[in-house]
Design a protein around this ligand. Structure first.
Ligand code: PMP
Length: 399
């Protein structure tokens, strides 16, 4: 049996991977089992923002794995302090709580926000409300899919926890109208990723910040995908010069090799956590902390944030220059770009498949948007290599 058939026969069908079997990857390039080379323009949804197998990350990982890896938080280590100290410095916030996956860090924020509302605003715990956006994506746990607006994510998985109120993304007035005395937080992606790289109107985050200040509500931003340089700033919210009360990070924080996530917040929010209130066996372990610390250092010392802004502008301009009757919209920030295709002419998935044949790894979302999010280390020549193939595929796909 070949790899794909074997995998399908023993794996729950919760994903529908592209028909390629990858064997190895370095930097922006991956290779399949037949030796064919691919330009990775997806970087595992931003988890591989530093490129595959970054030498500094691999060295730190190997050193730490053979020194001290997992102890649980039952003990202190020399690494958690330095890692989170760096994280609070870079985010401009005060205190962090380390977890593993993005969804866990979102759950951490939901718990934190509700308990903050309970303590600070005396909101009864069965009344607390969090405002979320339509078409959000924050992960796959039951609480989180409970407030997804995608039927596929929810069907048959209930009963779900209540306490979430939906508003259209990008509409500050809708948020103003949704706030009640029981609102403890607004939880939002500053740019919606899985929804198809939706950039809200200029000023949206500033308006949300003002509403939160006025009504004593927490602003919690999920930057699991948009954070750590992806949009050409350290964090997407910096495009609007605001600061959240809680910031959720993940993916790239693990240097492309390990799950590392965190909720970073103000002291006022984070003081709700006391011993016993939250945790994870693996969150903040020595290996995770060492890798996280190294990932932050690589982003800073290799100027990946600036590179993302510069190369992202180039990629966006080249995609916008493409003349094709398939393309309805090209949008994004930094090295995070969505190309919306006309569903009457071609499906995004069929373009993804065609790109795969040409040696470009991409991902479709909702059948109509093609996403490009290469490692932030990508060079202009590599973008040109990818763009030549993207242009060919788009030209061919016109009927
Ligand atoms: N939040 C956002 C904005 C995401 O894009 C994702 C993953 N795509 C998550 C949370 C969930 O992260 P994880 O898959 O690590 O649980």
């Amino acid at each position: 049996m070949d790899c794909i058939a074997l995998e399908k026969s023993v794996t729950a069908a919760n994903y529908d991977p592209l028909p390629v079997v990858l064997r190895e990857a370095k930097g922006v390039w991956a290779r399949d089992i037949d030796g064919k080379r691919y330009l990775d323009m997806m970087s595992a949804y931003s988890a591989v923002s530093l490129g595959h197998g970054h030498p500094r990350i691999l060295k730190a990982m190997a050193e730490q794995a053979s020194t001290l890896a997992v102890t649980s938080r039952a003990y202190h280590t020399e690494l958690l302090g330095p890692f989170l100290d760096r994280l609070v410095h870079i985010t401009g916030l005060d205190v962090a709580l380390p977890m593993n996956t993005g969804a866990e860090a979102v759950e951490t924020a939901i718990k934190g926000a509700r308990r903050w509302g309970y303590h600070s605003k005396k909101i009864p715990q069965d009344r607390a409300e969090i405002i979320v956006a339509e078409n959000n994506f924050h992960g796959r746990t039951t609480t989180i899919v409970g407030f997804s607006s995608e039927d596929d994510y929810r069907e048959g998985f209930g009963p779900f926890a209540g306490g979430f109120r939906h508003v259209p993304f990008g509409d500050a007035q809708a948020v103003a109208d949704a706030i009640t005395g029981n609102t403890c937080a607004i939880l939002i992606e500053p740019i919606q990723g899985e929804a198809g790289i939706i950039v809200p109107p200029e000023g949206y985050l500033r308006q949300l910040r003002a509403l939160c200040d006025k009504h004593n509500v927490l602003l919690i931003l999920d930057e699991v995908q948009s954070g750590l340089g992806r949009t050409g700033r350290w964090f997407a919210h910096q495009h609007e010069n605001i600061k959240p009360d809680g910031l959720i990070l993940g993916k790239a924080l693990g240097g492309g090799v390990y799950p590392v996530s965190a909720l970073v917040g103000t002291r006022d929010l984070m003081r709700v956590f006391n011993p016993g209130s939250h945790g994870s066996t693996f969150g903040g372990n020595a290996l995770a902390a060492r890798i996280g610390l190294e990932a932050l250092a690589v982003i800073e010392e290799e100027h990946l944030v600036e590179r993302s802004a510069e190369m992202g502008a180039y990629l966006l301009a080249r995609l916008r220059d493409m003349r094709s009757n398939i393309v309805k919209d090209v949008r994004g920030r930094g090295l995070w770009v969505g190309v919306e295709v006309d569903p009457n002419v071609a499906s995004a998935r069929s373009i993804c498949d065609a790109l795969l044949a040409e040696g470009v790894l991409s991902k479709d979302t909702h059948g109509t948007v093609l996403r490009f999010a290469p490692p932030l280390t990508i060079t202009r020549d590599e973008i040109d290599w990818g763009m030549d193939r993207i242009e060919q595929v788009f030209a061919r796909s016109v009927h």
